[in-house]
Design a protein around this ligand. Structure first.
Ligand SMILES: *[C@@H]1O[C@H](CO)[C@@H](O)[C@H](O)[C@H]1NC(C)=O
Length: 144
């Protein structure tokens, strides 16, 4: 499922696979084309992947060639909730998470078929949310 989605995403640009890491090549781009396909480019604090700042860029090239932008999410930042924290694209590679209880509400990316508008799920902490590849971002606290 994920592989199909990824392949489709690469070919057709559909599925909006959650968050996408900037490649080295993208980071070094000297010039970008001007098409408007906005993304939300995310800079992460060196001390923690969960401390972030982000802004909207006209396209992924513009986002990734900006110093400090590590990954991006599809669409304008404004389409996400205000206190959003995006899951780092590599977060699923973590060996595991602590059991610390500090609940977050994780939101599935668009590759996930939401059943009865259940597009989110409670997790005991941010790590437990982001270690799931389908979780695109979270908000602090239980889902409302
Ligand atoms: C998450 O937990 C809260 C509080 O226990 C509960 O009210 C809510 O229904 C849960 N939401 C989901 C999506 O499981």
């Amino acid at each position: 499922m994920n592989k199909i989605c990824l392949t489709l995403a690469l070919i057709l640009g559909v599925c909006f696979a959650s968050n996408i890491k900037c490649t080295e090549k993208q980071k070094l781009a000297r010039a970008c084309t001007f098409e408007y396909e906005p993304v939300c480019g995310v800079k992460v604090d060196p001390s923690s992947n969960y401390i972030q700042s982000f802004s909207t860029y006209g396209n992924k090239c513009e986002a990734c060639s900006e110093k400090g932008v590590e990954f991006y999410s599809s669409g304008e930042c404004e389409k996400y909730p205000q206190d959003v924290v995006f899951c780092h694209p590599d977060a699923y590679l973590q060996p595991g998470c602590t059991r610390e209880l500090n609940p977050v509400c994780g939101y599935f990316d668009e590759s996930f078929q939401c059943q009865n508008s259940q597009c989110s799920s409670n997790y005991s902490n941010k790590c437990s949310a982001c270690i799931n590849k389908e979780i695109s971002y979270y908000l602090q606290g239980f889902c409302k």
